[in-house]
Design a binder for this molecule. Structure first.
Ligand SMILES: O=C(O)C[C@@H](O)[C@H](O)C(=O)COP(=O)(O)O
Ligand SMILES: [Zn+2]
Length: 288
């Protein structure tokens, strides 16, 4: 199965009251772990690059080629969506040019009228090339590529206007936060999610998936969330497993202490385990 856009996959997910995971990749090992986990589960998966991660990896074209070639080398047969996560206007246009399957135009930090205008333009450009578009209404709390979101709740009227631009999925602020959740976090705001779900039939997206308790994620999915973004939990699992491996005391002169293929293996497995576990949480059905 080659790369596909997200339209049908997320529309089916919303209808079927399950979600498809959206996992950020940061390098080859991450890419292999995400794709391997989805293949083992037999489920579609969305693999995404933030602007910062794509820059770190060498650019959008390299990232797209990396995912395409890894799909080939691993004989991946499940549907895979290549997505730009939290793109600004320029990044979204570049990824459309390069040939991603899906782009998020994140205009939450712009005046709403400008966010709306630019979203319409991105939708036109992306749809002309058969690509999906995600927009964001209400900022997601926490920091993302240097932009700090206050975590405000999505305004239903603004959500309806953004939805009317023809976006294929809509990220909503419902008290979710990027990164680790503070101890005083009061949970997802389900009343607002219900208002949004009643007003909009477009698949809804939950950002900041790491750290939200399983029951809250599953409740949100039952109410209309069809895409759940996860990154921090994979990063923390990778770091913990790698540190454990190193602390086991593999001597610097011992191949286990310096061969990167050995050094990166435990962390890569840890990412794969997180992705498989979240696929189970999201109830993503196997397509095999
Ligand atoms: O951290 C990134 O670069 C990507 C995230 O913003 C992603 O869009 C997301 O929402 C995952 O959040 P997390 O699980 O809280 O890291
Ligand atoms: Zn996000």
């Amino acid at each position: 199965m080659s790369l596909v856009n997200g339209n049908e996959i997320f529309a089916e997910a919303r209808k079927g009251h399950y979600a498809v995971g959206a996992f950020n990749t940061n390098n080859l090992e991450w890419t292999r772990a995400i794709l391997g986990a989805a293949q083992e589960k037999g489920t579609p998966v969305l693999i995404q690059t933030s602007m910062g991660a794509a820059k770190y990896m060498g650019g959008y074209e390299l990232c797209l080629n990396l995912v395409q070639q890894t799909i080939k080398s691993m004989n991946i047969t499940v549907p895979v969506i290549m997505h730009l996560d939290h793109g600004n206007y320029e990044a979204a246009k570049e990824c459309i040019e390069v040939g991603y399957n899906s782009v998020m135009f994140d205009g939450h930090d712009l005046p709403f009228a400008e966010n709306l205008e630019k979203t319409k333009e991105i939708v036109k450009l992306a749809h002309a090339k058969g690509m999906s578009v995600e927009a964001e209404v209400g900022s997601i709390g926490g920091e993302e590529d240097g932009v700090i979101g206050e975590g405000e709740l999505a305004n239903v009227e603004e959500a309806k206007q953004l939805n009317a631009t023809g976006v294929d999925y809509l990220a909503c602020g419902i008290g979710n936060i990027h990164g680790q959740y503070p101890d005083n976090w009061t949970g997802l705001k389900f009343e607002r999610l219900q208002e949004l779900a009643d007003a909009i039939s477009t698949p809804l997206v939950l950002h900041g998936g790491s750290g939200i308790p399983k029951d809250q994620i599953q409740k949100a999915i039952s109410m209309g969330i069809a895409k759940v973004n996860v990154n921090t939990e994979c990063q923390m699992a990778f770091a913990k497993a790698t540190r454990k491996y190193i602390e086991e005391g593999h001597d610097q002169n011992d191949i286990k202490g310096y061969d990167p293929r050995k050094l990166l293996a435990p962390g890569t497995k840890a990412i794969e385990d997180i992705v498989k576990s979240r696929i189970d949480w999201f109830g993503t059905p196997s397509v095999k």
